[in-house]
Each structure stands twice: as structure tokens, then as C-alpha cells.
Ligand binder design. Structure first.
Ligand SMILES: [Zn+2]
Length: 139
């Protein structure tokens, strides 16, 4: 997460619990302990604290990490930060094709969904590839 996101979350909690906002230096020290956390769950964590805690958390960074663990358990699909969607012609934007003549395997980027932008792989459609390759999804 970014410092401004964390600052906003702390400020929001201070408002909620009618607490004086900490010094910026304090927020920055706290931030060092939570900056490895992704931004996605921040809103969820703030809401969770407001719903379950009677007061501003004594140890805000530990509370953030504990809530983050709960968020991960509640959102197992978001754990790996997958941004891929199901495309019937590829696997996560890639198509693995084995040449019918040389039996060598090649990786292509699916031109239909364009989910992968690894420049090293040429773009192709599954249908075109089928003429010269045995095609299967990548694992
Ligand atoms: Zn695709």
C-alpha cells in the first residue's frame, strides 16, 4: 500500500473513534510495518476494525496484519492477485503450441483476449495455430 492510503485509513479510524490524529512521523513509523500489505484490503480492514473494536486499536499495525489475514481467508481468490479472466482459447493469455513438423513447443500470446503482454511471445489466435501446431493450454 501507499503512505497516503495508510494515512487516510488512520485518519478515518481517528474520526470514527473521536481520537486525535497521530503525528505524521508516527504514521510513517507505523507505515514501515505495514507497507508490504497490498492496497486492496484497506477499506475492508478499516470497516472490520470499526465493526469489531470498541476503541482505536492499541497496536494498529498488528491489528492491520491480523485483519489482513482474515481478509485473505475471506477472499482466497484474491490471494494470488490474479487479474486473469477465463478465455476459452488460452490459459491466462498464453497458448502452448507444439509444431506438427518439428515437434518443438512454442508459446504464443492469445490474440483474442490479449491478457498477457510478454513481448517475447508472438501473438496468435488458437484457430490459426491449429493449422501447424498441436495446441493446448499452458499449465
Ligand atoms: Zn485468450
Amino acid at each position: 500500500m501507499q503512505l497516503h492510503e495508510f494515512t487516510k485509513a488512520v485518519s478515518n479510524l481517528c474520526d470514527f473513534y473521536e481520537r486525535k490524529e497521530p503525528k505524521q512521523a508516527t504514521i510513517e513509523l507505523w507505515f514501515k510495518l505495514v507497507n508490504r500489505m497490498p492496497s486492496d484490503p484497506i477499506a475492508w480492514i478499516v470497516q472490520k476494525i470499526q465493526e469489531t473494536s470498541d476503541s482505536f486499536p492499541r497496536n494498529i499495525t498488528a491489528t492491520f496484519w491480523a485483519s489482513y489475514g482474515e481478509w485473505q481467508n475471506a477472499n482466497p481468490d484474491k490471494r494470488a492477485h490474479r487479474a486473469f479472466f477465463d478465455c476459452p482459447e488460452c490459459s491466462e493469455g498464453l497458448i502452448l503450441a507444439k509444431s506438427k513438423t518439428s515437434r518443438c513447443s512454442y508459446v504464443f500470446r492469445c490474440i483474442r483476449c490479449k491478457q498477457d503482454n510478454t513481448k517475447a511471445y508472438p501473438q496468435a489466435s488458437r484457430l490459426d495455430l491449429l493449422q501447424d501446431y498441436d495446441v493446448r493450454e499452458t499449465a
